[in-house]
Design a protein around this ligand. Structure first.
Ligand SMILES: [Zn+2]
Ligand SMILES: [Zn+2]
Length: 420
């Protein structure tokens, strides 16, 4: 053997095992690790297959390849038997298994339609019927609207039966109805008068208008092809989203083998405030009231504070930061006075992103309304002192109590007898 040939042979020997290792890890494709549950795998397929569907990425070849890979990964990992083989023997094991089982080639669109219903495409492409949209309400604490967060929620909806993959049949066999030849309708002739017939079209009574019959109905869906069960979803709440904002989950409404699932629309609502269990949740902000981009808060002052000043309040905001309110000695706060704290309102959200104006207006305002509480009773000694002090001050300044009341002087404003 020539040195070159030896080298080439060696190179090939080294390359062969590499080639079989090259196929990308199925768990990686679905962005999961090996401990992923059946539910995780489904959820990953649900999200990723929609994201990389060619209908959504026209002309993007990378997305198309990903879509195919995702379908393949899901097909293997969603079945306990093939997942086991893959976990133990990897791609090579699957290859052998496929050869043994006549290598059923998978169609990623078929996989997609099995999962979501319809013909493997989104409603706008291919002319497939789209199912009805669904609406649901999600009530969140004000804090979620302020800071933004991922919110997990569950929802019960109609889903294609996993057990029979939407066929309704336990053994996978679906037969064409012999009475209506698969049309689902039969035509009956009624004789109205001798020699005069009327043709009436009606749903086939044997197959119930489905055109197909199942001998062994699936034990899970009883031949209905769909089941109602809960599904977990996760919604991204962005800071400053409005009460009543609609978060759209494309193709997440009720599923059916007969249509492409419609959209699920989640309408956000605000929960009644309640005192949180943990310290983090026990903020004054929990009880802020929201109106659009502004927040409102009522702060109580004692007579001494309102009148004499020299006080501080630390208001904990919705995310835990502190807003300090204060007055120096001698600064008076009138009852019901409203203070505007600029920039301490809600984040301003606009068209799916935070408002990034350069005028610095990223937040609304916090309006603090002051309530002043007078003491119910005064200690006798204190009352005496106060009274004496007022009298002394009044005499010194010659204050007229009538004038000081701010009301029109009855003596001067009362019409006299002559005027009447
Ligand atoms: Zn079933
Ligand atoms: Zn029939």
């Amino acid at each position: 053997m020539l040195p070159f040939q030896i080298f080439a042979a060696l190179y090939l020997l080294l390359l062969l095992p590499l080639l079989s290792l090259c196929a990308e890890d199925y768990y990686k494709i679905l962005q999961l690790d090996r401990s992923a549950s059946e539910r995780d795998i489904k959820r990953a397929y649900r999200t990723l297959s929609k994201k990389f569907h060619p209908d959504k990425n026209p002309g993007d070849e990378t997305a198309q390849k990903k879509f195919v890979d995702i379908a393949e990964a899901y097909e293997i990992l969603s079945s306990t038997s093939t997942r086991k083989i893959y976990d133990q023997y990897g791609h090579e094991g699957l290859e052998q298994h496929r050869q043994g089982a006549n290598g059923r080639a998978h169609d990623p669109f078929e996989m997609f339609s099995r999962f979501f219903g319809g013909g493997g495409h989104f409603g706008h492409a291919g002319g497939h019927r789209k199912g009805p949209d669904m609406e649901t309400r999600l009530h969140l604490p004000l804090q979620a609207f302020y800071t933004g967060r991922e919110v997990e929620f569950t929802l019960e909806k109609q889903q294609i039966c996993d057990t029979c993959e939407g066929s309704g049949s336990a053994d996978g066999k679906v037969e064409t109805c012999d009475k209506c030849a698969g049309h689902g309708i039969i035509i009956q002739k009624h004789m109205l008068a001798p020699g005069m017939f009327q043709q009436v079209q009606m749903a086939c009574d044997k197959c119930g208008g489905k055109g197909k019959t199942i001998k062994k109905p699936c034990s899970v869906c009883h031949g209905n092809r769909v089941v109602r069960k809960p599904v977990s979803l996760s919604a991204t709440i962005e800071p400053g989203m409005a009460k009543g904002a609609r978060v759209v989950f494309e193709n997440e409404a009720d599923e059916s083998p007969d249509w492409v699932a419609g959209d699920l629309i989640v309408i956000l609502g605000e929960k009644e405030p309640e005192l949180g269990a943990s310290d983090e949740e026990r903020t004054d902000g929990t009880f802020f009231r929201r109106k659009g981009k502004d927040l409102f808060w009522k702060e109580v002052l004692s007579l001494r504070e309102a009148w004499m000043g020299e006080w501080t309040r630390n208001i904990t905001h919705l995310d835990g930061h502190v807003v300090e309110l204060r007055r120096k000695r001698g600064e008076v706060v009138q009852p019901l006075a409203v203070e505007t704290v600029k920039g301490e309102g809600m984040p301003i959200w606009h068209e799916g992103h935070l408002h990034e104006h350069h005028d610095g207006e990223e937040y609304g305002n916090l309006f603090v309304e002051y309530a002043v509480v007078l003491p119910d009773q005064m200690e006798r000694g204190m009352e005496k002192d106060f009274f004496a002090l007022f009298e002394k001050w009044r005499k010194k300044n010659g204050v007229d109590l009538l004038k000081d009341s701010g009301r029109p002087n009855p003596a001067s404003s009362k019409p006299t007898k002559d005027e009447l």
